[in-house]
Design a binder for this molecule. Structure first.
Ligand code: PEP
Ligand code: MG
Length: 764
């Protein structure tokens, strides 16, 4: 059975389009179950009918013609109730409805199972037989299993084929929505410019040469042409981006100069391969190595390498070398949009980006954010071949693409664009100086600093320091552990940049979704495994070196605070503190003028919430990592798109855990911070202040809106709202309460567009 299923799933995956996929399904099932008929009906949302989409056994001319109303007939009954029906004498069933065009009167027995994807019934899979008999339990189980296995494939094929279906009927489809993930917030309307990869490495046929010298010359010429192209693009982009952002192109140039790539290609050419063959093998091998890495940042390198490899190949094959012709309101669409593709289009003509692969962390998303270009990533169902020249809306807030929007939808999006512009103008008026509530109470806004981007002067005036410096970046960008000296340089730079303000440096937090290429951690459940302080306590040599580097870097500045990730027990805090104190006394005895830093604990696992009293007694500050705390409290993997809707920081369980933690910190009179994404959302920031958080640490992009929100609420307002929402029964209730409080203060623009719609906030 498993084998039958596997082969069926593979055949459907390889199908050209929806019709092809459905035909494969019905013929294979009919053969396997040896029945008279197998058919698939899919629900057409517009017509509100179950339409016969494929059949093996009924009249083939009735495909796409025969249909049943939402609750009509046996199919409607299975589809609308979402439950299977197994009947030995179907015509006797009260719901039976005879469909003349299918010639189905001769079939007595009927087994129909719903095809359900993400709680939605997409279709009904039916088998029928002329003889009156009840299908056996085994047959029932087989069809249910097939339907469950195929539901995601049908969902994908249906969405991908949708444009095709409509254009085939000559109607001209409107408002076809495709889901992806939010890459860069904002909305863009424009014309699809579909970029196909310059050349395909996998298509290169292996070939040998008897003139390696000529191949070497051609390879070097192609390489230097790609390098000049990269330099040109980098120069053009540098007019719009910060240097740290275009530094990516230097990395590409280094990758091309790196001996691993060009050296290996040359070696293979010398041993008799043609340049394209040698290039294919070296690049695909490197790509496979990067793809196998767990770390999302390093996985990205695979995309970069593939793109560079294709560009060199295009030069070698003299393909696609003409100037690109793109519309002046271009939405760049590609299977995997790369930073170089982005750089090929004049920024004045680039409105938005849609990539079928990638996430908000992809390099291209980071660059697009710097350029202020809305992007949707991971829109994997988008049918690339049908899109060229189509009008698109890129909704970077919701992570959605609308193809051929209707006038009504365009009207909505245009007003959303006006709202966003109004918000940007409003945020420009946020005054310099620290954040306060409406009644003048000081709130410490802190920065989650990262490798990209510097603060403007205005932004700097809003912060009271760095609330989270993730030291993983120092470790991730190398091919071995950084030395003490290397770490001192990096940490000194960070401490100096923000001195005299405090900088909270988190000790190495690897494991979970972050693993180092040179220190692989392979586990079945990485988020519940060897992570954060668990790793560094097991490897004191790594921990001690890091602490020595931090303490040495802070000499004369004395603005260092050390924070420990993933603390689960009080013993872990004690053991870490002992090691830190050991390093401090060693350094003192070596004559280094260091000061003992404050040591804080991250509250990011449920046990730490329940032990917050004890932890607060022994720590100098507490800081909630709400990204992980939410993941562990709600048992929702923060990286799993399938359960992303359940990742809810407004869940009352999360709010109650925060309340309990805050009380513990208050009892010991120590600072209580939060440094997860939650701190950067104005709605949650108000609630956090009301619960008693004294420091909110967020990325630079969130500072203005949080400051703006806080200025409109007095401390008493925040407290009252917090007390109200922790009593709520669901996250949705919490959001509604907080949303209304924003609307009442004329702050509707700070709310996400969907909530604005629900609360019926007027657009500007
Ligand atoms: C968190 O978990 O909220 C946090 C700030 O740490 P990270 O996202 O790096 O795990
Ligand atoms: Mg964390």
């Amino acid at each position: 059975m498993l084998d039958i299923l596997r082969r069926l799933v593979q055949a459907v995956t390889d199908a050209d389009d929806l019709d092809d996929a459905l035909t494969i399904i019905v013929t294979r099932i009919k053969d396997t179950m040896q029945t008279g008929v197998c058919s698939v009906y899919l629900f057409d949302e517009q017509a509100e009918r179950w339409v016969l989409m494929a059949t093996d056994g009924l009249n083939p001319n009735s495909v796409r013609i025969a249909s049943l109303g939402k609750t009509e007939g046996l199919v409607g009954s299975v589809g609308s109730r979402g439950e299977l029906l197994n009947l030995d004498d179907a015509p006797k069933h009260p719901a039976f409805r005879f469909l003349q065009e299918t010639g189905e009167e001769i079939f007595q027995s009927f087994l129909g199972v719903p095809v359900v994807h993400q709680r939605e019934t997409l279709g009904v899979l039916v088998v029928q037989q002329t003889t009156p008999r009840r299908f056996s339990d085994d047959e029932e189980a087989l069809l249910v299993t097939v339907a469950a296995q195929l539901s995601a494939l049908i969902a994908h094929a249906k969405i991908s084929g949708r444009l095709h279906l409509h254009t085939a009927s000559g109607e001209g489809s409107k408002d076809v929505h495709f889901k992806g993930v939010a890459g860069v917030s904002g909305i863009a309307i424009g014309t699809a410019f579909v970029r196909t990869p310059p050349a395909r490495l996998r298509r290169v046929k292996d070939a040998t040469t008897d003139d390696p010298e000529r191949e070497l010359i051609e390879f070097q010429a192609a390489l230097s042409e790609v390098k000049s192209e990269l330099r040109r693009i980098s120069e053009t982009l540098s007019a719009h981006l910060q240097q740290s952002e275009t530094a990516l192109f230097d990395t590409y140039l280094r990758m091309l100069e790196d001996h691993t790539l060009s050296g290996e290609v040359c070696q293979r050419i010398r041993s008799g391969e043609t340049a394209p063959t040698a290039l294919k093998h070296v690049v695909l091998d490197l790509v496979a190595r990067f793809e196998a890495m767990n770390d999302p940042y390093l996985k990205e390198r695979a995309t970069d390498l593939m793109d560079l490899g294709r560009r060199i190949l295009a030069q070698l094959l003299h393909e696609n070398l003409g100037a690109l012709q793109y519309p002046d309101d271009a939405i760049l669409v590609a299977e995997d949009v790369t930073p170089v593709m982005l750089g090929e289009i004049d920024t004045a003509s680039l409105r938005g980006i849609v990539s079928l692969k990638g996430s908000a962390n992809s390099h291209v998303a980071i660059l697009a954010r710097g350029l202020g270009i809305p992007a949707v990533m991971g829109a994997m169902d988008l049918p690339l071949s049908d899109l060229s020249g189509a009008q698109l809306v890129v909704d970077g807030w919701r992570g959605e693409v609308v193809v051929e929007p209707s006038e009504a939808v365009l009207f909505e999006y245009r007003s959303a664009i006006r709202d966003a512009e109004a918000l940007a103008t409003d945020l420009e008026r946020v005054t310099t100086g620290p954040a306060t509530t409406a009644d003048g109470k000081r709130i410490h806004l802190m920065l989650n600093s990262g490798p990209f981007g510097d603060l403007s002067k205005r932004q700097r005036s809003w912060i009271d320091g760095v609330g989270l410096y993730r030291t993983e970046f120092v470790f991730l960008s190398r091919s071995r552990f950084p030395t003490e000296e290397e770490q001192v340089l990096e940490y000194r730079n960070e401490l100096q940049t923000y001195a005299p303000m405090p900088v909270v440096m988190r000790t190495l937090d690897i494991g979970g979704d972050k693993s180092l290429p040179y220190f692989c951690i392979e586990e079945a459940n990485p988020f519940l495994g060897w992570r954060g302080v668990r790793v560094t306590l097991d490897h004191p040599e790594i921990f001690l070196t890091q602490i020595r580097a931090m303490l040495r870097a802070s000499i004369g500045l004395n603005n260092l605070r050390i924070m420990l990730p993933m603390i689960t027990t009080v013993e872990e805090l004690r053991a870490s503190r002992q090691l830190i104190e050991r390093v401090a006394s060693e350094l003192l005895s070596e004559g280094c003028a260091i000061q003992s830093p404050d040591i804080g604990v991250m509250i990011e696992v449920p046990s730490a919430v329940y032990m917050a009293d004890e932890l607060a007694r022994e720590a100098d500050f507490l800081s909630v990592g709400s990204n992980d705390l939410t993941q562990y409290l709600l048992a929702v993997d923060r990286t799993n798109a399938r359960v992303a809707d359940m990742f809810d920081v407004f869940h009352p369980a999360v709010l109650r855990a925060l309340d309990q933690t805050c009380r513990a910190a208050r009892a010991q009179d120590i600072p209580m911070a939060l440094c997860g994404e939650m701190a950067g959302d104005p709605m949650s920031a108000i609630v956090l202040v009301g619960l008693g958080f004294t420091e909110l640490s967020m990325s630079a992009a969130s500072l203005a809106q949080v400051k703006r929100g806080l200025e409109a609420f007095s401390m008493a307002d925040c407290r009252a709202l917090a007390q109200q929402v922790i009593q709520c029964g669901s996250g949705q209730e919490v959001i509604a309460h907080v949303g209304q409080a924003f609307v009442a203060r004329d702050l509707g623009l700070l709310l996400p567009p969907r909530l604005r719609e629900t609360l019926q906030v007027e657009s500007v």
